[in-house]
Each structure stands twice: as C-alpha cells, then as structure tokens.
Ligand binder design. Sequence first.
Ligand code: AMP
Ligand code: MG
Length: 497
Amino acid sequence: MTESSTNSPQFDNSYVLLPALFYSKQTLAPVKAPALIRINHALADQLGISADWLESPSGLQVLAGNEVAPGSLPIATAYAGHQFGGWNPRLGDGRATLLGEVIGKDGQRYDIQLKGAGRTAYARGGDGRSPLGPVLREYVISEAMATLGVPTSRSLAAVTTGEYVMREGMLPGGILTRVCSSHIRIGTFQFFAGQNNHEAVKTLADHVIARHYPQAAEAQRPYAALLRAVIARQAELIAQWQQLGFIHGVMNTDNMLVSGETIDYGPCAFMDNYHPNTVYSSIDSGGRYAYGNQPGIGQWNLAWLARALLPLIDADEDLALQEAQQAIDDYVPQYQRAYDQIMAGKIGLSQADTESKALVEELLQLMAAANADYTLTFRRLAELAAPGEYEGDSVAELAELPASLSHWITEWEARLDSDPADARERQQRMLRLNPAYIPRNHLVEEVIRAAVDDHDLQPFHRLVERLAEPFRFDAADDRYATPPTPEQVVARTFCGT
Ligand code: AMP
Ligand code: MG
C-alpha cells in the first residue's frame, strides 16, 4: 500500500446493512481529467480525514469517483417524495453516490457522498452529472450556512471533471463531496410507506432512532417520540432560515432531512430586500416556496412523515392518528417560539414577549414598504444599539436606514432602555447574531461566471474565505457586504440539474 492510500478515511457502511430495497450498489463512472478545486481543511480535520490524503493523487481519484477507497462500499439510496405538492413514488439518488460513513472526532457518524459522480439505478432520464456552477454554488452557500450557525450539509471538496455536461449548452462538469449526519429524508420514509411496506418503515425508523434520536427509544411510544423529535428540529431549522432571509427554493419532501440539517442547495438564495413574497427559483412559478411560506410548508412536509409513521405509532388507529395530529399541531407554536426568540435577540432583547413581537412585526412591515435590505438593516441596528460604543467599521454607507424607520427606532430605543442587559454586552450579542456578510446572489453568480466563462477560480476562493467571518465587518471588503445595484440584481435562480 502506498503512503497516501494508508491515509484514506476509515469507512464504515451502516446503511449497506439495511435490506436490499433501501439502496442500490453503485459501480463508478470514471471521468476523464479530474482536477481539485478546493478542499475544506477545517471540515476534514473535524471528520478526522487527512487533508494530505484528500489532496493526494489517490484522494483526487476518490473525490472524482474514479476509484473506490479501501473500505468504501458505494451505494445510491432509494427515496420518494412530494415535488411541488405532487407525489412521485420513485426518486432516489440519481446523481449522488454514498461512499460510506466516517466517525468524526466528535464521535458522530457522517455520510460522505459524491454529488455529480454519474448515473445510478435511480437516474431515470438524467445523466448523473452536475455542471460546475451548481457545485460552486452549493459549496459557497452550504459553508456560509454552517458558519452562520445553521444546521446544514457541508462541503468537503469540489473537483472539476475535465468533461462537459449538456444543459442549456455544453458546460464544464464538477463533483461536490457532500457531508451530513445522514441523507435520510422524509421522502425515504414515504418510499416504503407508499408501498405499504410497514416492515421497511419500521426498519428505517429504528435505524433513524439509533442514529439520530436515541432518547426516543426510551419513550413510551418510541415512534411518536421520533416524530416529535424530527418536528422539533425542523421547527428550529426553519426559524433559522427565516431569521437569516434564506429561501430554500425546493422544499420538496425528498429535500428535507429527518436529521434537521439543510440539504439540496439548488435554486436557494438569501434575499436582499425584505419582502415575504420573495421567490428566486425559476421553476417555482406559483410561489409555493416563497420566503413567507416556508414555515407552513415545513408543517405540510412533516405531516407526510407523520402519515408514514402512523402504523408504527399505535396499533389502535384512532389513538395513532390523535397522537400524530397533536404532534403536527404542536409544530406551529414550536416554530413560533423559536422564531420569536431569535428575532427578539436580533433587535437586542433578551426575552421574546408580546411587545418584542409587535416591534419585530412593525419593523418588518416598514422594511417591506421601504424595500430595505434585510441583512444590513439588522446589522445597522446592532451598530446603533449602544450609542457611542461601536468602534468597528460601519455598514451605514452601504445601506442607509430608511427615513420611515425613525419613529420605530425611537420606540425601540425606549424598549432597550427598559431591558436589564448592559448596553455594550447587548450590542456584542447583536453583532454576533446579525451578519454583515451573506452569500448574496449576485456575488455567487459572479464567482460562477468567472469560473465557467474565464476559468478563474480565484473569485470563488475569495468569496468562500470572506464568508468564513460573516460577523466581523471590514470596510476594505465592503463589496462583499453591499447590496446589488438594480443592474446587478439576480432575481432568478436555476436548479441547474
Ligand atoms: P433535486 O431537484 O436535486 O432534488 O432532484 C430531484 C430528483 O432528480 C432526485 O431524485 C435527483 O437524484 C434527480 N436528479 C437531479 N439531477 C439529476 C441528474 N443530472 N441525473 C440524474 N438524476 C438527477
Ligand atoms: Mg433533492
């Protein structure tokens, strides 16, 4: 064995131990001339994967899907799902290959998956490939989300394939190495429930309990406890999306992980100007997945998980239904509590109460009416929260607060005065909750254009590095925080699949 292959990850393959109908074994489809774009050193370190190996020739062959690492048993997993509300009984990983799992330094299990590594048994009409653009997009946004503190799939590596894929024209191909604590979706449960295969649903539920929610095993009704645990994580997750102005864009049930991590960065975007009706995805013509609809869609999706779990919850159908319905109903106050608490924090209040909720609501209405930039409005409020105290660079010149906010600001300052927290500490907290830098759509588009049109990856690297410190504003990097001019606005995003 060569030096580099002995350094390869220690793969484990727990999903392969599940029944055959859960997945399909994957033979690799080599690409012509792979080249490394970027390795995520910090993540490799957390996973206990050698960055030297990832950067070695044999690492590159594995990241490109040209070779199988020792101990890896590549598979594609089966799932179904509701896409834009319509049922599809058979989806599955069409262009994603699960190489196996590793145990990170934190003792947790993580899936290592290649996205764009070729056709699988579930590819249907697709080519199993991914253009470079969506690979870079996912790398930038998923890593920004992680830095912003949102549970998410991560990006361990990105490579080019040296081959072209046919989309709206010939585009350079790429492969992303995606990492998350599992790729089990609401749609994975639906796949088996849709076939009335209750035994498989139970096998999957037991796997998920052991892997993600071991405390549910101790509950009186373990599968109801599982449902409640997933609901709690999704409520928290979607509250995080809302507070950051993140629009997922394809909240289909096959794109919702039961682990509560964000996945499937396709047409997603962070909104610039605040408006609840904001939609970016070119295929979301009805606005089903608009910003303001995300919390409600989250509940709709969870209801399908509840339905799949129903036969396991209780042998008595009425009891099972009652239990599931209660859990689904409880999503609403759980989400609302999480959202209200974060939003109160964003405006510097330690407790969410009727007054804080009214203040947030009023602020958002004023922002919508004034086309105010979502991110910079909150950031500017953080700067203003302790008069005379703020010493860092200011975003004031990048986005002036609308004049229509002046009355609100007076009200808000009066409320802050009655809050027990120390003004300086409050400001520090607000500066850690309200980023200056988000992966703005026009910036993401710009680095993709440079990579695809000019073969220049430097803008991509610079953006990734800038977004690694979103809460420290540096006026020298103001272009990364500046909202787009009307000419720069990128109002539409594409799945790019
Ligand atoms: P997504 O929109 O990325 O959630 O994908 C929806 C479904 O289409 C999933 O089953 C994917 O695996 C499949 N899919 C997307 N793009 C491709 C592709 N290029 N080749 C094969 N399957 C694909
Ligand atoms: Mg998907």
